[in-house]
Design a protein around this ligand. Sequence first.
Ligand SMILES: NC(=O)c1ccc[n+]([C@@H]2O[C@H](COP(=O)([O-])OP(=O)(O)OC[C@H]3O[C@@H](n4cnc5c(N)ncnc54)[C@H](O)[C@@H]3O)[C@@H](O)[C@H]2O)c1
Length: 534
Amino acid sequence: MSQSHLNQIRGSAPLKFLVIGAGSRGNGYAHALLQSTPDAQITAVAEPIEVKRRAFGRQYIWGEADAPAEWQSFADWKDFLGLQEQRQRAARDKASRWSRPVDGVFICTLDDSHCEIITAFAPLGYHIMSEKPLATTLQDCLKIYRSLRPQGSSSSPQIFSIGHVLHYSPHNILLRRLLLDDEAIGDILSVEHTEPVGWWHFAHSYVRGNWRKEASSAPSLLTKSCHDIDLLMWLLCAPPATASITDRPPHLPSFVSSTGSLLYFKPSRKPQSAGGATNCYSCAAEPQCIYSARKIYVRDRFDQGHVGWPVKIVDSEIEDMYVGGNKKGARERLEARLKDDYNESTSSPASRPWYGRCVYNADNDVCDDQVVTINWEDDPLPVTSVQQRQDRLQGRGAKNAIFHMVASTEAQCERRGHISGTRGEIEYDSRTIRVYDFATKRAEVHVPEQPGGGHGGGDAGLVSAFFKAVEAVKLRQMPVEEAQQAYVGCTAEEIVRNTAMVFAAEEARREKKVVDWPAWWQNNVEIALEHQSG
Ligand SMILES: NC(=O)c1ccc[n+]([C@@H]2O[C@H](COP(=O)([O-])OP(=O)(O)OC[C@H]3O[C@@H](n4cnc5c(N)ncnc54)[C@H](O)[C@@H]3O)[C@@H](O)[C@H]2O)c1
């Protein structure tokens, strides 16, 4: 269908979106959306920090216009809903028609706010793309699930997508196709998957930054590696395309276990020469320390002209000052921020990041090394045909997956791994996929395209999938469920299940036990959902 035909059907109105949170991800998605889907418009932003809100608005919404229009700029997402309520009331009083100011929302705020925002927007029928993790507690995940399923309904009235960007990179799309559609290595038997977080990246986000402390954030398995647990479930729960089972139910795991701890970023590793220093700018060991904030943020980035992430995370004004020509002021501001430190008299140091803090003497407690093992047992479905009898398992045979999150690596988030199958082996590293065939003794190396943008093209793939799903629903080309499956590629239930697997793994780690997944799911999810709806 041509674009003009689409526009005719849609009344020439492009799809409109609100971005909540104009931080790194809000900007990343806005950029990816406008680059990959010319027919999308971002028409509103909600962001409390004025400088970020204005910069976002100028770049993506109102351009150089002096002031944003009524529906364009909000200091809080609640203000958007407040204005909506006001306008709806006024429309009701005048008996005039009310239509939503946007079609969908991108929720790009920090983790612990996702639940409140999703459950506020879902009942109003907005299509939602929320950043990962879905929520920071299992209870909140269930609240979200219920809000997406109106009372008594088994389906959702809106498209719901989550920032699991790994589903959408060309590399991982090909990996899944090779495993499930082409069955390039036969039945999957065993997976070793590693997430190398990157040595200084881990220190930035999980030792000094927002995600360093379980009590104020969540375990690193959730805040960092929910992507990987989700990826494993996405690859390993789906039966191969050739399985002659009509409704193709997922092959669900039987057991999950996990071990892990904080190995390195703690006082016992602090060099003696650092003495009692808690900030790099007053530390005698700083010249020898690879984690020196002065080296990471100033010498290796700012002084090389890199003022985007992670420098702009230290202070959101530095980039604007630098780009505006005030390089000296920007550098001074960066160093002043890095010198910020806390002591016993500082109230709630956990409420904000401290990017100049000694990495061996911070208040971090999240694991910097963790292993999760997920096991599947043979789970054949009842056979009804001769063909099924010949291949009873149809991709539902026993298999094991081991996931390793490791902080101290050169690679940064470029996942790598090996997958063994009954007829061959796959090796992948986020850039290439090597398939070795046991029968022919030959290897084929695939090099999927590496589009620009975040997460190996995953950001662009995710936003364009969300856009297409919303468009298909708006144009009445497909019902919500079909568009969700066709474009987003997973259901809200799968999103909850894959996030719940992280909570089960954490329970296993904390309590030093093996979790029986079906019983855990029954007790913690199904019974809880029944109680909540009863
Ligand atoms: N998908 C991925 O690969 C990926 C990568 C990094 C981060 N994330 C997730 O994305 C989310 C955002 O992370 P980030 O790095 O962009 O954080 P950020 O701090 O850069 O941005 C969050 C923004 O939300 C704003 N905000 C706070 N309260 C608000 C409110 N009431 N209304 C509107 N905006 C509000 C903040 O001012 C801030 O600008 C987090 O949940 C994070 O875990 C996902």
